[in-house]
Ligand binder design. Structure first.
Ligand code: UFG
Length: 330
């Protein structure tokens, strides 16, 4: 039952793991990626890789006309909360414009299904630190989150006006690497907690800066819900059947929250070396606690994380990174 999928940002971190899942399910995959963050080496030769801008209308029109696509999966976007606080319009203009062009061309080509890489950053930290369900109030923590919310709204109207069925998947913290060791997380510059901890373990950095220990959490550091990147990829395949009937939005997380200090402790156990840390000021845009209530995704698609444990997640990241100390460049 092979189908064709267009995957923007398929050379990036989450996108490449979704491409892997689609290929393993026997599908045909076309990737559009400008390689500004993605890596050529993250896309297997059996997928078609077009190096270009995911918002380039001429390119999109040509690609979408080449064959009937079952769905478009949209990962290509800038994705740094901190950077978005410094350069809001890269996020409120560029990310939204790219999605806008892609959605219009998707509709024009007659493709019926669209899966959006969205984010937990559309939510504020709840006062009681409770897990966030889909009905939690929308209150983006940064221009990055605001831009993703704007794209969710574009999709809402693309459904109402054109019948494009979409799934907005609000990932909490994507983490880990493919258990078979061929793809992993490699950002330039790296800003994410777990890969930075691994770089400290590899001697590439002297220490981890902990961004704030005066948050209203038990140990004062921020709490996040780390979910394995292959489990996020799996969610993209599972939502496709639901899209036959209606558009949906799901919070994608394990439901368990870990503080920055707990992540460091778990990494020390996995790696077997101490990770030196220093206290640093808060990073603008960081909410105190973001944990998913992922029950709707579980109930409606049968999703459940294959790798729910934090140490298991970190172990997959370490397995890839210790064998590829320079990431895809190595
Ligand atoms: N942190 C540090 N030191 C570092 C890096 C991170 O203390 O050097 C802390 C952050 O302050 C935060 C936590 O570790 O509390 C996790 O930070 P990440 O940068 O790894 O991830 P974020 O939670 O900021 O962001 C991630 C994705 C976003 C997404 C968000 C949703 O990168 O795209 O999760 O929760 F929007």
């Amino acid at each position: 039952n092979a189908k064709s999928f267009l995957v923007t940002g398929g050379a990036g971190y989450v996108g490449s793991h979704a491409v892997d899942a689609l290929l393993r399910a026997g599908h045909h995959v076309t990737v559009i990626d400008d390689l500004s963050q993605g890596h050529r080496g993250a896309v297997p030769a059996v997928a078609e890789l077009l190096v270009g801008d995911a918002g380039d209308r001429a390119l999109l029109a040509r690609v979408l006309a080449a064959r009937p696509f079952h769905a478009v999966m949209h990962f290509a976007a800038r994705s740094l909360v901190g950077e978005s606080m410094q350069k809001p319009h890269l996020y409120l203009r560029d990310n939204v414009q790219t999605a806008h062009n892609l959605i219009e061309e998707t509709v024009a080509a007659g493709v019926r299904r669209f899966v959006l890489s969205s984010t937990a950053n559309i939510f504020a930290s709840p006062p009681d630190g409770a897990a966030l369900g889909e009905e939690a109030p929308i209150a983006p923590g940064s221009p990055y989150g605001e831009g993703k919310h704007m794209v969710e709204r574009l999709l809402h109207w693309a459904d109402r006006c054109h019948g494009l069925r979409s799934a907005a998947l609000r990932y909490f913290n994507a983490a880990g690497a493919h258990p078979d060791g061929h793809i992993g997380e490699d950002h330039h510059p790296e800003t994410h907690l777990i890969p930075i901890v691994l770089e400290v373990a590899l001697g590439k950095r002297s220490h981890l800066d902990i961004y704030g220990d005066d948050y209203p959490t038990p140990d004062g550091t921020c709490i996040r819900d780390y979910v394995h990147v292959c489990d996020i990829a799996d969610a993209h395949l599972r939502v496709l059947d639901v899209l036959d009937d209606r558009s949906v939005r799901y919070n994608v997380g394990s439901g368990s929250g870990y503080s920055v200090r707990q992540v460091v402790e778990a990494a020390e156990k996995v790696i077997g070396r101490p990770i030196p840390v220093r206290m640093a000021p808060r990073r603008p845009g960081d909410p105190a606690v973001l944990v998913a209530d992922g029950n709707r995704l579980r109930a409606e698609t049968g999703w459940s994380p294959a790798l729910p444990g934090l140490e298991d997640i970190i172990a997959t990241a370490w397995a890839w990174r210790s064998r590829h100390p320079d990431g895809f460049g190595g």
